[in-house]
Write a protein that binds this ligand. Structure first.
Ligand SMILES: Cc1cc2nc3c(=O)[nH]c(=O)nc-3n(C[C@H](O)[C@H](O)[C@H](O)COP(=O)(O)OP(=O)(O)OC[C@H]3O[C@@H](n4cnc5c(N)ncnc54)[C@H](O)[C@@H]3O)c2cc1C
Ligand code: SF4
Length: 549
């Protein structure tokens, strides 16, 4: 273990750069951070410092690039800014207005994207499974979705690198490409025990993990204290997010992180067709950061929105949108959630929500009557989210109060169903404007029959597991999780926005390195894959091979 830690530390020292004196932030590292002037021509300016942007930043800072990440939100200080309280954590989300449409609209806000350095991983749950090899070739195998221009085996070394840097804890993983994890699995709480018991009775294999929460100390990061506030920004610094896993090392290697900087437009030279930097607003002032290259990593809604808002005479329909690909194939996973009541106390809040999962239903099963599949995981909502679950069932007033006072007796599982990538599920620009006067994103979403069949099958499996474990009542609600796609990678510009190295087809010095580039989503939570794709893109850039691909 020690030599493995030495290896990780040699390429990413973030966990050792955090203070070891009870505080969560090295303020000196931030104060002493290199600061570039707007007219310094950077090697690369990155829009967004979340899952994808931060990995790119850290890798290229290490490679000696002059690089800065501009983020619309704050530079979080867990001690001062985060509270172990559901209602008090609302400021972690991107709550700017957005318009939703389609026959099955996706509620936006707390359910999807983050704002601020660390991105959505600040308040993500912490599950970090890999995609399966099949996810990279669903068109060939199943006749749905798309084949990636990158294979699983090309991404595998980057999965392994990121798993070691977060690091990930879990049992040996028998599904997809079977693999182990750097940390042993965590002990499970009441909810995890119920999942394991029910699954065992039904002959379903379920495993503990994989979660980006070290089992034990990691560098100066303390051990998880199993108090269940992972979705409120882990104040302990146990759960991995780029704020603590990649940003400290980036700063130590000369990168700048510029918080509270909302990028409004990517600038392109009308004659050369090359990106020249980004327009942004900070402290109410419009500014322009000059750069030799630009990477956009603003999340699946904001990335297409920024490209569309960057229209110019050369790109009248939006940047990189010559073939009407920007904003298309946006995906959400169907995420039905089933709760079961037990006579004995479960106290599902007394553990990280991500504990146990199964990928036994991940691949296409002809008997199911639908292509692709789903995974099932523990979810463990805290009381406000539990109230939302119960009220979504139509319970209100006295009945809602009864369910709330019974909270400690409930267990909760969630499924992630691979809803298919469809061209008409897309982001466009709305008439409405935000506080900067920019058109907001309009996200239209409709399910297909395959999606509905998967959600129904997943609901059946979760209800069976909870009943087999002894539940006397089960209730299920339908919801969504995890947006990806909207600027997907493809073999050519008629089918996507970026190539296999995340370089845009239209503008040779413009890259996209966030969840927008994913062509399919599998039934796995996406953050690990987003980081692995960004790490691969960084390698290609640093070695100079991205430009010649
Ligand atoms: C409640 C919840 C639970 C989740 N749980 C999991 C989980 O368990 N496992 C998992 O793998 N995934 C999970 N996710 C999803 C995961 O966090 C995201 O998929 C992932 O972080 C997306 O990475 P990204 O790089 O695309 O964008 P982000 O990480 O969201 O980063 C985008 C950044 O860009 C900034 N930005 C956007 N627009 C601009 C602009 N114009 N100018 C400047 N900055 C801008 C934003 O402030 C943000 O910091 C969860 C998400 C939510 C909401
Ligand atoms: S359960 Fe562990 S990882 Fe989650 S918020 Fe608490 S200390 Fe952090």
């Amino acid at each position: 273990m020690r030599s493995r830690y030495r290896e990780v530390r040699a390429r990413n020292e973030s966990a050792w750069l955090l203070p070891n004196d009870g505080r969560r932030t090295d303020h000196r590292l931030r104060q002493d951070m290199r600061r570039f002037a707007d007219d310094d021509e950077l090697d690369l300016v990155i829009v967004g410092c979340g899952a994808g942007g931060s990995v790119l930043l850290q890798r290229l800072a290490r490679a000696g690039w002059r690089v800065a990440a501009l983020d619309a939100g704050p530079f979080w200080d867990p001690d001062a800014d985060w509270v172990s309280d559901e209602a008090g954590s609302h400021h972690l989300y991107w709550t700017e207005p957005r318009v939703i449409a389609g026959s099955d609209p996706v509620p936006l806000g707390s359910n999807n994207s983050g704002r601020g350095v660390g991105g959505s991983m600040v308040h993500y749950a912490g599950y970090t499974p890999r995609f399966h090899p099949s996810d990279f070739m669903t068109a060939t195998l199943d006749g749905v979705g798309a084949d990636w221009p990158v294979s699983y085996s090309e991404l595998r070394p980057y999965y392994e690198a990121i798993e070691a840097e977060l690091p990930v804890a879990g049992e040996h993983w028998p599904w997809g490409d079977p693999h182990g994890y750097p940390h042993r699995p965590h002990p499970v709480g009441g909810n995890g025990e119920i999942f394991l018991r029910g699954a065992r009775k039904l002959g379903i294999t379920a495993k503990v993990g994989p979660v980006a929460i070290p089992n034990g100390r990691f560098g100066n990061r303390p051990h998880c204290i199993y108090r269940g506030f992972c979705l409120q920004g882990c104040k302990v610094n146990a759960k991995a997010s780029p704020l603590i896993t990649h940003v400290p090392d980036a700063l130590a290697h000369g990168a700048e992180v510029r918080p509270d900087a909302m990028v409004t437009r990517v600038a392109v030279d009308e004659h050369t067709g090359l990106a020249t930097g980004v327009h942004y607003v900070r402290d109410g002032r419009e500014r322009f950061q000059k750069a030799r290259m630009v990477a956009v990593a603003g999340y699946s809604i904001e990335t297409p929105r920024l490209l569309l808002n960057s229209a110019s005479p050369r790109f009248p329909d939006g940047l990189c949108n010559e073939f009407d690909q920007v904003g298309r194939y946006l995906m959400v996973q169907g995420a039905p959630q089933t709760a079961g009541r037990f006579d004995a106390e479960v106290r599902m809040y007394k553990a990280p929500p991500p504990e146990v999962s199964t990928e036994e239903f991940y691949e296409t099963d002809p008997a199911r009557g639908a292509k692709r599949g789903f995974s099932v995981q523990t979810v463990s909502p805290l009381p406000i989210t539990w109230a939302e679950h119960v009220s979504a069932q139509g319970h209100w007033g006295h009945a809602l109060r009864e369910y709330m006072s019974d909270y400690v007796h409930w267990s909760c599982l969630g499924a992630l169903c691979e809803f298919l990538a469809l061209p008409e599920n897309r982001v466009t620009l709305a008439e409405e404007k935000d506080s900067h006067g920019l058109p907001v994103a309009r996200f239209s979403y409709s399910q297909c029959d395959n999606d509905r069949a998967l959600a129904k099958a997943a609901q059946g499996v979760m209800e069976d597991i909870l009943r087999a474990a002894g539940a006397d009542e089960v209730i299920t609600i339908q919801r969504y999780a995890h947006l990806v796609g909207g600027a997907r990678m493809a073999a050519d510009e008629r089918h996507g926005v970026v190539d296999r190295n995340c370089r845009s087809f239209a503008v040779p010095n413009l890259y996209i390195t966030d969840g927008s580039v994913l062509p399919t989503q599998g039934s796995a939570n996406p953050a690990l894959t987003i980081m692995a794709v960004a790490a691969r893109a960084a390698d290609q850039l640093a070695s100079g091979s991205a430009a010649s691909a």
